[in-house]
Design a protein around this ligand. Structure first.
Ligand SMILES: Nc1ncnc2c1ncn2[C@@H]1O[C@H](COP(=O)(O)OP(=O)(O)OP(=O)(O)O)[C@@H](O)[C@H]1O
Ligand SMILES: Nc1ccn([C@@H]2O[C@H](COP(=O)(O)O)[C@@H](O)[C@H]2O)c(=O)n1
Length: 200
């Protein structure tokens, strides 16, 4: 039976960094689900048709990491039919052996409500903006405004809003190095692997 890890949280909180490290350590598959929405936004045209027609090639575009691509993603992500079009693919990905780590906004609440481990990663707005601005070479103040706008839209939408699952472990990385954050997350995985949930 496969082991599923859901990692959610606001923009640039460190979800992907932790997800990739866990996947590497345990030999699990990893899906950055934000890329799906970024690719839909970047395709332009009718977002529902774009979501239904998405291919692997769309996910390798080199213009998906910008603040603009993030804003476009957040706008199309509020459309329920776009989310519906991407749900089956994410659930099939999550069921792969020996395990899968998915990071996004609704993994623990909607896509994988029975995940073996749910992490909700947060950090202060200012720290997230500094990290993201340094990563993409953007202005920190503009990045802070963009992150806040995106988080507000993601939290306020009615379809799969950004929020922690009731059984998520909250991980605040504001004052943690990457190594500290990954070490904490890996400890949570090890604890679940040692004492699997009764439903597994
Ligand atoms: N604990 C940390 N300390 C310092 N930098 C970090 C930490 N965690 C992540 N970062 C850096 O912050 C940036 C954002 O991290 P990451 O891409 O993992 O966030 P994310 O939550 O997956 O973002 P997104 O919402 O865009 O998917 C990256 O440049 C990453 O290297
Ligand atoms: N499960 C998800 C993942 C992402 N989104 C939306 O996509 C935007 C971009 O995501 P990043 O993780 O790459 O920052 C994000 O702001 C959300 O609007 C989502 O709705 N659900």
């Amino acid at each position: 039976m496969s082991f599923t890890i859901a990692i959610d949280g606001p923009a640039a909180s460190g979800k992907g960094t932790i997800a990739r490290a866990i996947a590497r350590r345990f030999g699990f598959h990893h899906l950055d689900t934000g890329l799906l929405y970024r690719a839909v936004g970047a395709r332009g045209g009718d977002p529902v048709a774009a979501a239904r027609a998405l291919t692997g090639a769309d996910l390798t575009r080199d213009d998906l990491r910008s603040n603009e691509a993030g804003q476009a993603a957040s706008r199309v992500a509020a459309i329920p039919e776009v989310r519906d079009a991407l749900t089956d693919f994410q659930r099939r990905f999550a069921a792969q052996e020996p395990g899968a780590v998915l990071d996004g906004r609704d993994i623990g609440t909607v896509i994988c409500p029975d995940a073996d481990l749910k992490l909700y990663v947060i950090a202060s707005d200012e720290v997230r903006a500094q990290r993201r601005a340094a990563e993409i070479g953007a202005d920190p103040a503009a990045t802070l405004a963009a992150l806040r706008e995106r988080d507000a839209r993601d939290s306020a939408r009615s379809a799969a809003p950004l929020r922690p699952a009731a059984d998520a472990v909250i991980l605040d990385t504001t004052e943690m190095s990457v190594t500290d954050a990954v070490t904490r997350a890996i400890a949570e995985v090890r604890a679940r692997l040692r004492a699997p949930a009764t439903r597994r």
